[in-house]
Design a protein around this ligand. Structure first.
Ligand SMILES: Nc1nc2c(c(=O)[nH]1)N[C@H]1C(S)=C(S)[C@@H](COP(=O)(O)OP(=O)(O)OC[C@H]3O[C@@H](n4cnc5c(=O)[nH]c(N)nc54)[C@H](O)[C@@H]3O)O[C@H]1N2
Ligand SMILES: Nc1nc2c(c(=O)[nH]1)N[C@H]1C(S)=C(S)[C@@H](COP(=O)(O)OP(=O)(O)OC[C@H]3O[C@@H](n4cnc5c(=O)[nH]c(N)nc54)[C@H](O)[C@@H]3O)O[C@H]1N2
Ligand code: SF4
Ligand SMILES: [Mo]
Length: 714
């Protein structure tokens, strides 16, 4: 921290939004007359850092606006009929604790649900999991990361024995001459990431698998690379077909297969069925493109100029997402990429703390350190850190959608606490989830703005936001980074660690069991994670503040400080044998097919200027202006067949519901597919039409494929 003028203090921190966690300097008046003046004085600028190299995207450079949102909530609010009434903190917390006790007496401990978010700091994610298991004694805690990278996480664990999104630093991509991105549009979702693709793109080695010609796909084609314009929901078939080509054309790495993998003999019979012509028929990707893609990836692995395969939500958010990622990892393995110095496979994690958020226990089946809640040794270790008996720890709870689907149902959850997610908008089949939220006896939402979910709450507790408090996050490359307080927080709002202590005390817990200082929480988290898969015990605030780049695992050791692990798997994978496992998977296709009543496929995703449910970015004037209105991107012929033209108001109708959008005609779209973003509220929610069919392993919903019809809405 340095003083740049009388009261202006420059603080090193990171962006509030996505998992790239671009570094920024926040400059603000630290001695302003009021917190409002401090927020109004705040400005941000990009700071040199390996992932963003000084750059920020439009969301990042407008993020200071969020600190002065005009409708910022700074007083606890309690519902009285259709209105919210301001109340004191003690009254609000007493009310919540009293209702929790009454509901638990009537329906049992599991009747209380907790829903977390991948934007919470590591410290908050950790205490939220502890609060649920120890103070509420409920098994029902899960979070929005279930809807984000859970399929890639499950597939990573199956093949590598561990889930770290990118098991190598982002900057390793910078030299690579071949990079395949499966279902990711980084040009809009992580703009500074595109800089790392330049070598591959310029060498004609960027390959983008996407049903749309996105800005990322256009970058690939412009450099002489490939856009594989796949039919939605067929990524598994493509991966099996590409592996078939690699194997039959002799482009596989035999030495790597022999030395570093297992399970090939069970995997090959599945791949053997995917002759190139059949793969083309199912996926719509021409055989010539497939052959070229495999040759590009194999050549760069062979001559060691760097070959990578990356997956993102387009390939993962399906009811067969885990098996799809397993098929893609299988392709990476026949090509000899994972754990190979200079090549690799990775999943591009989405949320600010999407990686750390999935390690410290806010997932239904998990304890800190990425431990399994069903593992007796893990339970004993964590219970000892928490000062309780292992038998007191609940078992695994319901996954995110299943938890929400149970709201107000017999045997389900009757009170829900929401921390860092806007589920009324972002849950699949949102119309149904809205009804379930209304059936609750108690909905408590912690937020700093009136999100669509907060607007439905019985009690809203106003919390602090990114630049008003400190903590740590773990970015998409598994690197722990520091978030620092840069502005004076508003009076009236409270940090969540303080809120959880207040509630825990009212539920009969000793106060000291719920520390409120992030640094103290982190020290406890280190102990809880020690010896686990995601071991943070060697990471300290002091080391981070000294500028060390620490990627987990980073165990505490007696002889010298552990340097962290920027690159995993170089010698062995985390499986019992140390080898990466091939997983034999069979193609099933999307959960829902098109028919005469619902003849088109709707896919969903993101645009550059909005973040997620838009709760934050719709409040930033420049972003609202850049992407203010819900739209449906469709081929002009598709629109015309539905009686629509560019600019018309359309409705998309699925078996779950209807959503409304402005038609954007685009010649590059597939005729069988339309695209809608999911950032908009009310009648324009994309999730009114989406399918909650769940992946059997990851419990990921089928966000990316819905059968719909397109109609004129005027
Ligand atoms: N601007 C912006 N940036 C963000 C976010 C945001 O909301 N806004 N959110 C952050 C988060 S949490 C996440 S998870 C990431 C997500 O980052 P991405 O995964 O890059 O984002 P999406 O737009 O959801 O999906 C990527 C692409 O998948 C394509 N797609 C749809 N269906 C299929 C399919 O069946 N197969 C294939 N191969 N592709 C398909 C879509 O056309 C889309 O272009 O972004 C992060 N960054
Ligand atoms: N159709 C469709 N649906 C999708 C997706 C898709 O691609 N298509 N993507 C899915 C994915 S990948 C994701 S990650 C989810 C994201 O969807 P959501 O979980 O709804 O994500 P956000 O909009 O980021 O919601 C975060 C909320 O928490 C608040 N908040 C921010 N920081 C804090 C904090 O520290 N504490 C508290 N208490 N609140 C905080 C914000 O103001 C905001 O209201 O959506 C999923 N839904
Ligand atoms: S790419 Fe992500 S982290 Fe970087 S400025 Fe944009 S939203 Fe923030
Ligand atoms: Mo996400």
């Amino acid at each position: 921290m340095s003083i740049t003028s009388r009261n202006l203090v420059a603080t090193s921190s990171h962006c509030p939004y996505c998992g790239l966690q671009c570094a920024m300097t926040i400059t603000a008046d630290s001695a302003a007359a009021t917190p409002g003046d401090s927020a109004r004085s705040a400005t941000v600028e990009g700071r040199a850092f390996p992932t963003n190299r000084g750059g920020l995207c439009q969301k990042g450079w407008t993020s200071a606006e969020l600190l002065r949102a005009p409708d910022r909530i700074v007083t606890p609010l309690v519902r009285r009929g259709d209105e919210f009434v301001e109340t004191g903190w003690d009254e609000a917390l007493d009310l919540i604790a009293g209702k929790i006790r009454a509901i638990q007496q009537q329906h049992g401990n599991d009747a209380i649900g907790v829903f977390g978010g991948g934007g919470l700091t590591n410290e908050k994610a950790y205490i939220l999991g502890k609060f649920a298991r120890v103070a509420l004694r409920t098994s029902n805690i899960d979070y929005n990361g279930r809807w984000c990278m859970s399929s890639a996480a499950a597939a990573g664990i199956r093949s590598f024995g561990v889930d770290r999104g990118l098991p190598f630093p982002v900057s390793d991509l910078t030299r690579a001459r071949a990079i395949m991105i499966y279902g990711g549009n980084v040009a809009e979702t992580m703009p500074p990431f595109v800089g790392h693709l330049a070598t591959a793109a310029d060498a004609g080695g960027l390959i983008v698998v996407d049903p749309r010609r996105t800005a990322t796909a256009a970058r690939a084609e412009d450099g002489g690379g490939l856009h594989l314009q796949i039919k939605p929901g067929t990524d598994m078939a493509l991966a099996l077909g590409l592996a078939h080509i690699a194997i039959t054309e002799g482009l596989i790495d035999r030495d790597y297969l022999d030395a570093r993998t297992e399970g090939y003999d069970e995997y090959w019979p599945e791949v053997a069925q995917w002759l190139p012509e059949r793969t083309e028929r199912i996926t719509g990707v021409p055989v010539s493109h497939m052959r070229r893609a495999v040759r590009i990836l194999a050549a760069s692995q062979r001559d060691d100029t760097g070959s990578y395969i990356l997956t993102a939500r387009g390939a993962e958010q399906h009811a067969d997402g885990t098996d799809t990622v397993s098929a893609i990892i299988g392709l990476a393995m026949v090509l000899g990429l994972p754990g190979n110095r200079g090549s690799g496979y990775g999943c591009i994690t989405g949320q600010g703390n999407g990686q750390g958020g999935r390690e410290h226990g806010q997932k239904a089946d998990q304890l800190p350190g990425y431990r399994k809640i069903t593992d007796p040794a893990a339970r004993a270790h964590v219970a000892a850190v928490w000062g309780i008996d292992a038998d007191e720890l609940p078992g695994p709870g319901k996954s995110a959608y299943e938890l929400l689907d149970s709201l107000g149902q017999p045997g389900g959850v009757h009170a829900l606490l929401v921390h860092g997610s806007n589920i009324a908008l972002s849950a699949p089949r949102a119309g149904h989830i809205g009804e379930r939220l209304e059936a609750l006896d108690l909905l408590v939402v912690c937020d700093f703005v009136m999100s669509e979910t907060a607007a439905m709450a019985d009690v809203i507790l106003p919390v602090l936001q990114w630049a008003e408090e400190e903590g740590t996050l773990t970015s998409l490359e598994g690197r722990v980074i520091r978030r620092r307080t840069a502005v004076v927080p508003p009076e009236g709002a409270r940090g969540e660690l303080v809120i959880w202590r207040g509630l825990a005390e009212r539920l009969g817990q000793p106060a000291e069991r719920f520390p409120v200082a992030p640094r103290a929480v982190f020290d406890e988290l280190r102990r809880a994670s020690a010896g686990g898969i995601a071991d943070y015990s060697g990471v300290t605030y002091e080391r981070l503040d000294a500028g060390e780049a620490l990627h987990w695992p980073c165990p505490e050791q007696t002889a010298g400080a552990h340097p962290g692990t920027p690159r995993m798997f170089l010698d062995r994978f985390n499986t019992p044998t140390g080898r990466a496992r091939f997983i034999a998977v069979g193609y099933r296709g999307p959960a829902e097919s098109v028919d005469a009543a619902f003849p088109l496929i709707a896919i969903t995703g993101r645009v550059l200027a909005q973040y997620q449910s838009g709760a934050q970015t719709r409040r930033v004037a420049e972003l609202a202006q850049a992407a203010g209105e819900m739209f449906v991107q469709a081929h002009p012929d598709t629109a015309e067949r539905c009686g629509l033209r560019n600019g018309d108001l359309a409705q998309l109708v699925s078996r779950r519901g209807t959503t409304r959008a402005r038609v954007h005609c685009d010649e590059t779209m597939r005729a069988d597919t339309v695209f809608i973003p999911f950032h908009y509220p009310d009648a324009e929610r994309a999730n009114l039409i989406t399918n909650p069919a769940l992946d059997p392993t990851s419990r990921m919903p089928e966000f990316k494929v819905s059968a719909i019809r397109l109609e004129n809405a005027t």
